[in-house]
Design a protein around this ligand. Structure first.
Ligand code: IPE
Ligand code: IPE
Ligand code: MG
Length: 253
């Protein structure tokens, strides 16, 4: 299935098959408590764990979480190091649970800039969970929507140059096979916490027909009850994909 195909099966049941989360507000949460930003990031990992663990209860099959953007390198070096360390600990400490519960881990983003020890942990966890398909956890780390589109364009150009692909018949479905999200469906729902209302370079291509929900809760306070509220809001949305119902009056003549 191409990434842009709407997930109609789930739609009929009113659910969101793929939910993506922009986990925002860790710094403000820490500040409110007079603590350093790192304190907020650590609390954010606990919020991530309880939220991901509750996702299958809502009928969610894919969850993509924004852990580190290509722009987050501009933060102070100590904060960058903290976030790198948290990813390592998260993947290491959650691997047994993922293996046991049939979770497949996917990490998307530019890997080339990551330290060798982080790469090793990511690759090990992906390999260990690659036969799982009960739930897909996709972590966007050193990810940027524009970077991903540019990288996909480069891979496509290289494939054409090497004779592995052609220019003929090239279209959206052909292009998105080169995106790092090519293995899964597009997000049905994108949630951002902390009250900010922007995508901040997250899943730009894939977000084309996603429903957007903004919640005024800081990420470290997030949990299953907030995810439940976002899912309720999603169910009230009318997804039209640019189409329209036939006009009853005119159609009847
Ligand atoms: C989200 O929280 C975590 C990351 C971006 C890695 P922030 O660190 O952006 O927290 P705020 O937005 O400054 O409160
Ligand atoms: C987006 O949040 C990135 C992550 C949640 C990892 P930011 O906090 O970095 O985004 P801006 O700076 O508010 O747009
Ligand atoms: Mg932020």
């Amino acid at each position: 299935m191409g990434v842009m195909s709407p997930t109609l099966g789930q739609e009929e049941r009113g659910g969101a098959r793929h939910v993506a989360l922009i986990m925002d507000g860790n710094g403000r949460w820490a500040k409110q408590r007079g603590m350093p930003r790192a304190f907020g990031h650590r609390a954010g990992v606990n919020a991530l764990k309880r939220t991901v663990e509750s996702a299958p209860d809502f009928g969610i099959e894919w969850m993509t979480v924004f852990g580190f953007s290509t722009e987050n390198w501009t933060r102070p070096p100590a904060e960058v190091a903290e976030l790198m360390g948290l990813l390592k600990n998260y993947v290491r400490s959650d691997l047994t649970r993922m293996e046991r519960e049939g979770v497949r881990l996917h990490v998307i983003g530019r890997r080339g800039d990551l330290a060798p020890d982080i790469l090793e942990i990511i690759e090990h966890a992906e390999a260990r969970t690659r036969r799982n398909d009960r739930f897909h956890l996709q972590v966007a780390f050193n990810y940027g929507g524009r970077a991903d589109i540019a990288d996909a364009a480069r891979r496509y150009a290289e494939a054409v140059k090497a004779g592995r692909d052609t220019l003929e018949g090239f279209d959206e479905a052909g292009f998105e096979r080169y995106l790092s999200t090519a293995d899964g469906p597009p997000p049905d729902l994108i949630v951002r916490t902390s009250g900010e209302r922007r995508l901040s370079n997250f899943l730009l291509w894939e977000a084309a027909y996603a429903e957007l929900v903004f919640q005024d809760v800081l990420w470290p306070d997030y949990g299953p009850e907030h995810l439940g509220l976002a899912m309720e809001e999603f169910k009230r949305r009318d997804r039209r994909y640019g189409g329209a119902e036939a006009d009853g009056v005119l159609a009847a003549g």
